[in-house]
Design a protein around this ligand. Structure first.
Ligand code: PEP
Length: 250
């Protein structure tokens, strides 16, 4: 049985002091050992958030990372900086990074390899635009993102990875994919992983759904056989995130 993983993506929100306040509000609400709870936070919030979550079940993730070890890459953050600060996860290839910061599946792949090298678990995002869905090319597009993203990743590494299926049209729009749409694509991603590796990797890898997840939609989504939790944007900044993490009690 795969353990569910519910991660918040704070995006470019929360100053360091606001971040600590939010952690202190959410800490008692997300206390649930049955699921992995991850707060993916802006770089400047990492150190205070790692400190603030001490003694709780919350793990901390970054929202991005560079693929080089160190050097003249002004403004970037290295994997060693992240691990030294206590980071366990990193979101890679979020559609906002692909759209606004020219992230490609090629650079996502380099970052994936580097994250594994440093023992950081990648949460690799993939997902189609509304246009692609309407053209009927959703699965072709996502399969390509997954295949390129996992190039050179070993089977043992892939087993520990997390993939977040995030239809672009559902992110920050309040428009959640239907449970059926989300399950269908997550199943397709698992089949793609089985083709690249084998059934044992496909069975082990965790696949999240992301896109306007809220306390009402979470229970149904997370009950699907191929949905192993969620990547949550807007709702992760509110007490609602506690209800999402405690989705079974709703
Ligand atoms: C996200 O940013 O990964 C996301 C899914 O955002 P939201 O939940 O706000 O749609």
């Amino acid at each position: 049985m795969r353990k569910k993983i519910i991660a918040g993506n704070w995006k470019m929100n929360m100053t360091p002091s606001e971040a600590v306040e939010l952690v202190n509000t959410l800490k008692p609400l997300v206390d649930n050992d049955e699921v992995d709870v991850v707060f993916c936070v802006p770089s400047i919030d990492i150190i205070p958030v790692v400190e603030a979550v001490k003694g709780s079940n919350i793990q901390v993730g970054a929202e991005n990372m560079y693929f080089e070890e160190k050097g003249a890459y002004t403004g970037e953050i290295s994997p060693a900086m992240l691990t030294d600060a206590g980071i366990k996860y990193v979101v890679l290839g979020h559609s906002e990074r692909r759209e606004y910061f020219a992230e490609t599946s090629g650079t996502v792949n380099k970052k994936m390899l580097k994250a594994f090298e440093h023992g950081i678990t990648p949460i690799m995002c993939c997902g189609e635009s509304l246009e692609q869905r309407e053209q009927g090319v959703t699965m072709d597009f996502i399969r390509q993102q997954v295949k390129v993203g996992f190039q050179g990743v070993t089977a043992e590494q892939a087993k520990t990875a997390v993939i977040a299926y995030e239809p672009i049209w559902a992110i920050g729009t309040g428009k959640t994919a239907t449970t059926q749409q989300a399950q269908e694509v997550c199943k397709g991603i698992r089949e793609c992983i089985a083709e690249i590796y084998d059934e044992s990797v496909a069975e082990a890898i965790r696949i999240q759904y992301g896109g306007s997840v809220n306390a009402e939609t979470a229970p149904d989504l997370f009950a699907q056989p191929d949905i192993d939790g969620g990547l949550v944007g807007g709702a992760s900044l509110k007490p609602d995130f506690g209800k999402i993490v405690q989705y079974k009690q709703g």
